[in-house]
Write a protein that binds this ligand. Structure first.
Ligand SMILES: [Zn+2]
Length: 243
C-alpha cells in the first residue's frame, strides 16, 4: 500500500507541475527542473500484489497454486466490474503442474502459474469476441502475462483460448518463465511464442502492464532492450556456441 500511494502521489505531482507550467507560461523553466524530480511511471489502477501461497488446489480441470487462484479471482473482480460475463472458474480449460503431458504448450504448463481459459460461450459455443480484450486487460492488471491464442496459432486448427502465465510465480517451468522475459517474452512486447526463424512477433494486446509490486520484485518493461542471450527453454533456436 505504501508504494502504491507513493507512485500515485508522484503521478499527481507530475500532473500538477505540467498544469502549473501551462497556467504560468513557464514551461521552459519547469521542464528544465522536472527530469530529476518527476517519475515518468504511474501504477495502473487495479494492481494488487498476490499472496506468496503455493498450496496446490484441484479446480475442475487441473492443479493451480493458491497464488495463481488469488490472481484469477482478482482478475475476475476487475473484469466483472467492467461488465465482463465470463466466469473464470467455469472457463478454465487447463491448469498448472501438467508435467509435460501436452506437447503443444511446449512445457509452459509443466510448472506453476499457468492457466488456459475458454473464450467460448459454455452453452452456444460461440466465440465471445467482445469479452477477449477486457479479459486480457484484467488478467494483465492482476499480474498475468496473457494472450489470445487464436484458432491455429499453436498448430493447425488448435482451439482458440486465452493463455496466461503468472508473473513472479516461483514454480514456473523454464518455458513459462521464458514467456515472461525471454527472447519472445511478454515484458519485451512479444506474443510469447518461440519462432523457428528466431524473430519475435509483437503482442496483439497493447504491451505489458507493469505494477508496483512487479517493479519492487525486479521486473521491468524490457521493450527496446537488447537480449544478448536467448533464455534457456524460451527459444526453438538451438544455441551451440555461447560466448
Ligand atoms: Zn496455455
Amino acid at each position: 500500500m505504501m508504494s502504491s500511494t507513493r507512485w500515485k502521489a508522484g503521478a499527481l505531482f507530475g500532473l500538477g507541475a505540467g498544469v502549473l507550467a501551462a497556467i504560468l507560461g513557464l514551461s521552459g523553466a519547469v521542464e528544465a527542473w522536472q527530469p530529476g524530480a518527476t517519475p515518468t511511471w504511474a501504477e495502473p489502477e487495479g494492481c494488487l500484489r498476490p499472496p506468496e501461497d503455493y498450496t496446490r488446489h484441484w479446480v475442475s480441470v487441473g492443479y493451480f497454486n493458491a497464488r495463481t487462484l488469488a490472481m484469477l479471482d482478482h482478475a475476475q473482480a476487475l473484469y466483472s466490474a467492467r461488465g465482463g460475463i465470463i466466469d473464470l472458474r467455469v472457463a478454465l480449460t487447463q491448469g498448472s503442474y501438467t508435467g509435460g503431458a501436452l506437447a503443444a504448450s511446449f512445457g509452459t504448463h509443466d510448472g506453476g502459474g499457468a492457466v488456459d481459459l475458454s473464450v467460448r460461450h459454455p452453452v452456444t459455443w460461440d466465440i465471445l469476441w467482445d469479452e477477449i480484450d477486457p479479459l486480457i486487460a484484467a488478467l494483465r492488471t492482476a499480474g498475468f502475462a496473457a494472450w489470445l491464442r487464436d484458432t491455429g496459432d499453436l498448430y493447425p486448427d488448435s482451439p482458440i483460448h486465452i493463455h496466461a502465465i503468472a508473473i513472479g510465480d516461483r514454480e514456473l517451468s523454464e518455458a513459462a518463465r521464458a514467456q515472461i522475459d525471454g527472447t519472445f517474452g511478454y515484458l519485451r512486447g512479444y506474443d510469447g511464442l518461440p519462432r523457428r526463424d528466431g524473430i519475435p512477433v509483437p503482442d496483439r494486446h497493447g504491451g505489458p502492464v507493469l505494477c508496483g509490486w512487479m517493479i519492487e520484485d525486479g521486473w521491468r518493461d524490457l521493450r527496446g532492450e537488447r537480449n544478448p542471450l536467448p533464455t534457456p527453454g524460451g527459444t526453438s533456436v538451438v544455441v551451440t556456441a555461447l560466448p
